[in-house]
Write a protein that binds this ligand. Structure first.
Ligand code: ADP
Length: 237
């Protein structure tokens, strides 16, 4: 496999074509951003940590029978993935209230959501990733009804796998964001799963171990990501 030209450079990752038309290289950079790209910083080791973290989680998800784009780790910062036709929506499951839902609905951070709730957001930084519903997705042609159903089912299926995994490491999976795309007509999990796109709290102390450390200027961001990784059995060096 040969890495060719850069196709896209996002806020945290760069995407490269390869000599195989249906495969891409994802490069996990040290860049970290929040608030739709308004707060930015380079955090040493973050690219490597997220790349390895993501590969480990994608393998767990695949082992549970959920198809993902992940093929293999290529290096500290790079992974080989299936090229998906990305659906421009973010699927969010929340087990505990935190972040934007608290502001929108006036609920207190830490409220248990039983059953867990589900939200769609449009992937559009200029618009601040607005919350949308299934009617918007269909009316604007972002995805078909059948694919919307599949995204919901798969996002909840990931919850069953990951809630257990993190709980075994003494952590609560508060919420997370997934992105899907189409591969040969199937809805497949794409992008990444790392502490950049989820909230994880220590089960006992409720200490934040995710990107909220960056958003809230708490420090120890990458150290917390590594701690999460170690607690679920990932070795970083
Ligand atoms: P953003 O675009 O939000 O700044 P990133 O920096 O993470 O995000 O860039 C990665 C980009 O690659 C995202 O736009 C994501 O949708 C896209 N992507 C992730 N996985 C795949 C895939 N398997 N095939 C095609 N595009 C992908």
């Amino acid at each position: 496999m040969e890495k060719r030209e850069e196709l896209y450079s996002g806020k945290a990752k760069s995407v490269y074509t390869t000599d195989e038309a249906d495969k891409l290289v994802l490069e996990f950079r040290d860049d970290t951003s929040a608030f739709d790209g308004k707060k930015k910083e380079k955090l040493s080791r973050k690219g490597m940590v997220n790349n390895r973290f993501n590969a480990f989680i994608m393998d767990k998800i695949a082992a549970a029978g959920i198809e993902t784009h992940h093929i293999s780790l290529l290096s500290d910062h790079e992974s080989l993935v299936k090229k998906l036709d990305m659906i421009p929506v973010e699927c969010v499951v929340r087990n505990i209230a935190a972040g934007s839902i608290c502001r929108r609905l006036g609920v207190e951070e830490g409220l248990d959501l039983n059953p867990p709730t589900f939200e769609f957001f449009l992937k559009n930084d200029e618009l601040g990733d607005p919350m949308i519903n299934e009617f918007h997705i269909r009316s604007f042609g972002w995805a078909e009804a059948e694919h919307i159903e599949k995204m919901k089912t798969l996002t909840f299926a990931v919850n069953d796998v990951l809630k257990e995994l993190f709980l075994a490491g003494g952590m609560l999976l508060v919420d997370y964001k997934l992105e899907f795309g189409l591969f040969e007509g199937r809805v497949v999990l794409g992008d990444e799963f790392s502490p950049d796109g989820c909230r994880l709290w220590d089960q006992q102390t409720r200490e934040k171990l995710d990107k909220d450390r960056f958003r809230q200027g708490l420090g120890g961001v990458v150290e917390a990501y590594e701690e999460v990784g170690r607690r679920i059995g990932i070795q970083f060096d």
